[in-house]
Design a protein around this ligand. Structure first.
Ligand code: 4AD
Ligand code: MG
Length: 462
């Protein structure tokens, strides 16, 4: 008998064909004449109903059919009068793969809080909510590769261990094999990294962009999609210490082209979710966020508003709103400012460009005014910044001058600077935070709930 996943079984005709169901028991109810067992195998949010005459199964087995247990049921697919599904399994035999003692199984009840489930992150994929989120996460990862592949971009693998600091925020995780109880020192009393594994100080990467640019200046159009690490101590619903980022980088793209691509890309992903994750989105809409599907459609139907940072700040100042962090020209926008512009002022996604150079990274193309750079942040409802990017400084002299101004060490990025010495070209790129995208697409409010194993300050248990 061929075994099928429940998503497939539920689409089969109720013609009495033999079938096997393998999965985890969600609930069991009934009486001594008939038992109804709801089984889920992770293939879809719906359960299949297994109907069985308890008298036909040995008592010990029936007793072990409890919430959380993993079972196998064999029988025939028949029309289901009551379960809301087309078919159910009329079972003639049941086997137990793994029982789940009702006294100790933590997910015995329904309706646990998200906070409780975070503490049980190793089991939460067995809930409907996390099943739906993880399926959507998978579909979005697939759609990202499909989008770029179809557009002729190459997937470039950039290193996770690096000696350079792309964003310059100074919040990186050190990678070392030095004995922390007996750190070798130089004659000046500094850590002697010459004795470390790589012979120099290394960290986990905060972004694949610098290496991505080398790819753009050779293959033309590349993207990266990998884990990224930031050691900022920011305990917010939008920050993780380990998150995934998608970073396309394109030769011959100016800022306008970059904005076009970012908008098209986000809309493609949202449309893909609406077309391919319908059941899971409807579930999330019903359970967690009644405005979800409407919001996804809304973004598809509207052009993103493009405006200068300077104009954005003027709007904020004229708003009469009392922000927790007051904002003046030169300030780094907080999510309260970003969300005001998106949710209240323009009522649609916003692409803010031409930021003051002092709040943006060294690699951004400098504008003629000497004050701003060709940066772009894409701001989304409920999220704030979902994408950060820019046109890159392609001029060797200007880039070196900026590195000098910021007191950065040229020795750490000589190879990056060298790309501007030979065959430099205008180019642009951006970074999409994968989990920020998932917050938007699933309607979840906390970024810890859209990654299987969240890493945040003081939290790396499982
Ligand atoms: O704006 P960021 O820092 O930009 C870069 O890293 C550039 N090198 C990208 C590029 O141009 N290739 O980060 C990009 C995006 C943010 O817009 C946000 O969506 C996400 O990454 N992000 C985070 N997501 C979760 N947790 C964090 N701590 C994040 N920091 C940034
Ligand atoms: Mg940013």
């Amino acid at each position: 008998m061929k075994s099928m996943r429940i998503a497939q079984l539920l689409r089969m005709p109720a013609d009495g064909a033999e079938a096997v169901v393998k999965g985890w028991v969600r609930t069991k109810r009934g009486n001594k004449n008939v038992a109804f067992i709801a089984v889920n195998d992770g293939s879809c949010v719906a359960n299949i109903q297994v109907v069985v005459d308890p008298a036909a199964i040995d008592e010990q087995t029936m007793r072990q059919v409890t919430t959380g247990a993993c079972i196998r049921a064999e029988g025939r697919l028949v029309a289901s009068p009551g379960s809301g599904q087309g078919v159910e399994l009329q079972a003639s035999s049941i086997g137990i793969y793994g029982p789940a003692d009702p006294e100790s199984y933590p997910l015995q009840k329904k309706g646990h809080s998200l906070e409780f489930l975070r503490e049980k992150a190793y089991l939460r994929p067995r809930t409907n909510t996390f099943g739906a989120i993880l399926r959507i996460r998978h579909a979005m990862a697939y759609a990202i590769h499909k989008y770029f592949n179809d557009k002729g971009f190459y997937y470039l693998h950039t290193p996770l261990i690096t000696g350079s600091d792309c964003e310059g925020a100074g919040a990186m995780f050190a990678v070392t094999t030095l004995d922390l109880n007996n750190v070798p020192k130089t004659p000046e009393g500094k850590v002697d990294y010459a004795q470390d594994f790589f012979g120099k100080a290394c960290n986990l990467t905060v972004s694949g962009q610098l290496e991505g640019e080398l790819g753009a200046l050779s293959l033309g159009q590349i993207y990266t999609f990998g884990p990224t690490f930031r050691a900022e101590n920011s305990n917010t619903p939008r920050h993780l210490s380990e998150f995934w980022m998608i970073e396309p980088e394109m030769a011959f793209y100016e800022l306008e082209d970059n904005m076009e691509l970012a908008e098209d890309f986000l809309k493609y992903l949202i449309r893909y979710a609406l077309e391919n994750c319908r059941e899971d989105l409807e579930f999330m809409n019903k359970m967690w966020d009644e405005g979800l599907i409407e919001r996804l459609n809304f973004v598809l139907e509207h052009d993103f508003k493009r405006l200068d940072y300077t104009e954005g700040v003027e709007i904020l100042k004229a708003s009469g709103r009392k922000f927790e962090f007051p904002c003046d020209w030169g300030c780094d926008l907080q999510s309260e400012h970003e969300r005001y512009l998106v949710e209240e002022h323009f009522k649609r996604p916003v692409i803010l460009i031409n930021y003051p150079k002092q709040i943006k990274a060294f690699y951004m193309k400098q504008n003629e005014d000497g004050k701003t750079v060709r940066a772009m942040d894409v701001l989304f409802p409920k999220i704030g910044e979902i994408i950060g990017g820019s046109e890159r400084e392609a001029d060797y002299g200007k880039l070196r001058a900026r590195v000098g101004e910021l007191g950065m060490n040229e020795k750490d990025i000589w190879w990056y600077l060298d790309t501007r010495r030979w065959g430099s070209a205008p180019h642009s790129g951006f970074g999409l935070g994968f989990e920020r995208l998932l917050l938007f697409v699933t309607g979840m409010g906390n970024i810890r709930d859209v990654i299987p194993f969240p890493r945040t300050p003081k939290n790396a248990e499982f």
